[in-house]
Design a protein around this ligand. Structure first.
Ligand SMILES: Cc1cc2nc3c(=O)[nH]c(=O)nc-3n(C[C@H](O)[C@H](O)[C@H](O)COP(=O)(O)OP(=O)(O)OC[C@H]3O[C@@H](n4cnc5c(N)ncnc54)[C@H](O)[C@@H]3O)c2cc1C
Length: 309
C-alpha cells in the first residue's frame, strides 16, 4: 500500500505541489481537503485597479476534494477533522495560510466576496502602511472616490527617502494619509485590514505551535515534533510573504518526490503597483521605481494566473 498523503488548503504553496500531482500519485495515495478556488494575492490589487480581469486560481479539474475545510487536527493519531468526518494520513501538507487581525474587513483569507466588496465600494479606508497597505491604497484610488490610509509609519522596512517619495505619490494620487493609530469607528467606507496576519487558533489547539505563535519548522519544512507534517506559506514562522509561499511549496513537492536538499531562506524580490504604468521593485534595501518593474510584475502575475486557471 502507498503512504497516504493529505494536502490541506489551496494556498500558493499547495498549487505548486498539486502541479506535480501525477508524479506524486506514483508514490502516494493523495487526498486533498480545501476549496476549489482561491484568490492570488499577488494580483488582486490589479483587479481592484481595473488592470486585470481576474486573480482567481483554481484546483486542477481532475482533483475532487474529500472535504472543504479542516476543522481540527490530531497529530498524535494522524487524523484531520473535516466537516465530512475524519481523514487519516501518513504525510500531511498544511497550506491554509494565516488570518487578518480583525480590524474591519480582513484581507486574509481573501475570498471572491471580499474582492467584490472592495471593487463595489465607493470609499475605502486601508489600515496598515506596509507594502500590502500601500499597494492597496494605490490600487483603490484608481477606481474609488475616497481612499484613506491609516499608518503609524509608511513602508517602515524601506529607506526613508523611498517611503517619503511613495507618500508624496499617494497624496498626489488623491489618497488621504493619516499617520497614527486607527481607532474602530474612524474609517470612511469599507475598512480594510492590511496590518498583517496572525496565527489561527487551531494551530495551538492541535499542539503545532504555542498560543498565538506561527508554526516552527526544521529546514526541511517539516514540524520539529510531528515529522510527518510539512508546513508551507504564511503558517510557517520561517517564511515570509507570497514569494516564499510559492518557493516553499515547490520545495515540499521536491522533498516528497525524494530530494534531500534543505530549504534555504533568501531575500525575496517584491514588486508593488503604484501609479498607472509604474511599480516599485524592492530587494532587501534596494529599490527601483518605474515602468520596467510594472511590466515585470504584470508578466509574472499573468503567467501565474494563466498557469493555475
Ligand atoms: C494586499 C496584499 C498584497 C500582497 N501582495 C503580495 C505580493 O505582491 N508578493 C508577495 O510575495 N506576497 C504578497 N502578499 C502576501 C501573500 O498574499 C501571502 O504571503 C500568501 O498569500 C501566503 O500564501 P499561503 O499559501 O500561506 O496562504 P493563502 O494564500 O492565504 O491561502 C490559504 C488557502 O487555504 C484556504 N484555507 C484556509 N483555512 C482553511 C481550512 N481550515 N481548511 C481548508 N482550507 C483552508 C484558504 O481559503 C486559502 O485558499 C500580499 C498580501 C496582501 C494582503
Amino acid at each position: 500500500m502507498k503512504p497516504r498523503l493529505v494536502l490541506v488548503g489551496l494556498g500558493h504553496g499547495q498549487l505548486e505541489i498539486l502541479a506535480r500531482l501525477d508524479a506524486l500519485h506514483e508514490r502516494y495515495d493523495v487526498q486533498y481537503i480545501g476549496g476549489r478556488e482561491t484568490i492570488y494575492t499577488g494580483a488582486f490589487p490589479q483587479v481592484i485597479a481595473g488592470e486585470m480581469e481576474s486573480a482567481t486560481t483554481r484546483l486542477r479539474p481532475d482533483v475532487t476534494p474529500v472535504a472543504n475545510r479542516l476543522i481540527g487536527l490530531d497529530p498524535d493519531a494522524r487524523i484531520v477533522e473535516t466537516e465530512h468526518g475524519q481523514v487519516g494520513y501518513d504525510l500531511l501538507v498544511l497550506a491554509t495560510g494565516a488570518k487578518s487581525r480583525g480590524l474591519g474587513t480582513g484581507l486574509k483569507p481573501m475570498t471572491s466576496y471580499v474582492l467584490d466588496d472592495i471593487v463595489n465600494s465607493e470609499a475605502v479606508t486601508v489600515v496598515g502602511g506596509g507594502k500590502a497597505g500601500v499597494e492597496l491604497a494605490f490600487a483603490c484610488i484608481r477606481q474609488k472616490r475616497r481612499v484613506t490610509l491609516y499608518a503609524r509609519r509608511l513602508l517602515p522596512e524601506l529607506p526613508r527617502r523611498v517611503a517619503k517619495r511613495m507618500a508624496r505619490r499617494l497624496v498626489r494620487s488623491g489618497v488621504t494619509i493619516i499617520l497614527g493609530p486607527f481607532q474602530p469607528g474612524q474609517g470612511d467606507g469599507l475598512v480594510l485590514d492590511a496590518t498583517g496576519v496572525v496565527a489561527d487558533d487551531w494551530w495551538s489547539a492541535a499542539g503545532l505551535a504555542e498560543e498565538a505563535a506561527f508554526i516552527e519548522t526544521e529546514d526541511d519544512l517539516r514540524h520539529p515534533v510531528y515529522r510527518d507534517i510539512f508546513v508551507t506559506g504564511d503558517m510557517a514562522a520561517r517564511l515570509n510573504g507570497g514569494v516564499d509561499a510559492v518557493r516553499s511549496g515547490r520545495h515540499v513537492a521536491r522533498l516528497l518526490l525524494g530530494t534531500k536538499r534543505p530549504f534555504k531562506s533568501r531575500t525575496s524580490l517584491n514588486i508593488l503597483l503604484t501609479t498607472p504604468g509604474q511599480a516599485l521593485l524592492t530587494y532587501g534595501k534596494l529599490t527601483w521605481h518605474g515602468r520596467l518593474p510594472f511590466w515585470l510584475k504584470r508578466t509574472i502575475d499573468r503567467r501565474y494566473v494563466e498557469r493555475f486557471t
